[in-house]
Design a protein around this ligand. Sequence first.
Ligand SMILES: Cc1cc2nc3c(=O)[nH]c(=O)nc-3n(C[C@H](O)[C@H](O)[C@H](O)COP(=O)(O)OP(=O)(O)OC[C@H]3O[C@@H](n4cnc5c(N)ncnc54)[C@H](O)[C@@H]3O)c2cc1C
Length: 358
Amino acid sequence: MSSKPSPSPPETLCIRGHGLAGALLAETASAAGFRVRVHDTGLPAASRVAAGLFTPVTGQRLRLSWEAENALPLCHHVYPELEKTLGVSFYTRLPTLRIFTSAAQRREWAEKPCADCVREAPIPDLPVHAPHGGVWIDGGGWVNVPVLLDALKARRIDRGEWGDDPDADLRIDCTGHHAAAHPLWHEAGWRNAHGEVLTVEIPGLPPEQIYSFDKFLMPLGRDHFRLGATYTWDETRPSPTPGGRTALEAALRAFTDLPFRVIDHQAGIRPVALARVPIAGPHPEHPREWILNGFGSKGVLYGPWMCRHLIEHWRRHAPLHKETWAPRRLLRQRDRTQTRQNKQHIKTAQRIAAPDNG
Ligand SMILES: Cc1cc2nc3c(=O)[nH]c(=O)nc-3n(C[C@H](O)[C@H](O)[C@H](O)COP(=O)(O)OP(=O)(O)OC[C@H]3O[C@@H](n4cnc5c(N)ncnc54)[C@H](O)[C@@H]3O)c2cc1C
């Protein structure tokens, strides 16, 4: 933990972007007594296509996610409380059935079982292919993010908090992947990831759990499931692609013999920071300009936790997590860029000094 305290607590905040990050920050800050305004230009938002899953573990090895032990309890508190405040339902706790897709994957997990939240238990009789068995993951679930965003937008409008405020004490960038093109924030270091999801109808697939295999299947009710997600780094437009649909359908066919029907196909761009953890804090040279961004594929898990940290920082100068601290991240990224450029200059100079005569 290493961040310098701000000189005096801000009173007014202008949040740029009402995706999950901006919406959660606006609500948390408004409830904490800050004067808030939210401004959104209506550009494509990852939050509008996110499946909304959250889980304590990550990757093929099922390791505990970074800071999940702190972030997860807040999810279980903040989202149900918001449901009560907003009078809408968007939060579902569900176990995940993780199906191993190879013997190696199973061995790897068995050699180093990780978190308490992963338990070995018999897999019920299900119409899915699971020759290598699987495990159950507890503690997760999903948030219907578009429902949450619509309810929070209505609340901001009701409270007169919707719209720009150029004179606010702080302006906070919550613009998701768009920050990578922002003059102040592009140098934070981004590797945004295009992703696609399908909504599919699969009559006969039990909806009591989330299924995780190469992909995930999340039950939506009435035999509908969200199937996702793809990851690609060379596609910069947030549009669905035929290749994405083919890949998702192939994964589903390998998972179950049940017939299915595709109902919807969506795509978005995840805001992924090179450091692979969210970023928060002021710009090193522009102290009124702040950022809360870089949630990658874990906005639902980290959103409430990061917002709480920011509020504590503004109110009581509590330090933000060192790894997320924006000035450190920007300065490190500048150093890396500088080192890369220096190496290139040296290579060029060496090439000029010793030209290839062959
Ligand atoms: C296919 C897919 C599946 C995913 N599944 C999950 C999942 O299961 N679980 C999970 O936790 N995460 C998931 N994610 C990731 C999740 O979507 C992100 O972590 C999260 O939504 C990022 O929210 P955000 O508010 O930072 O950005 P966004 O949701 O992209 O919102 C940015 C907002 O900023 C606005 N904006 C842009 N520029 C400006 C400007 N100059 N001024 C004002 N407003 C501006 C835009 O209009 C937009 O509303 C998924 C993402 C994708 C693409």
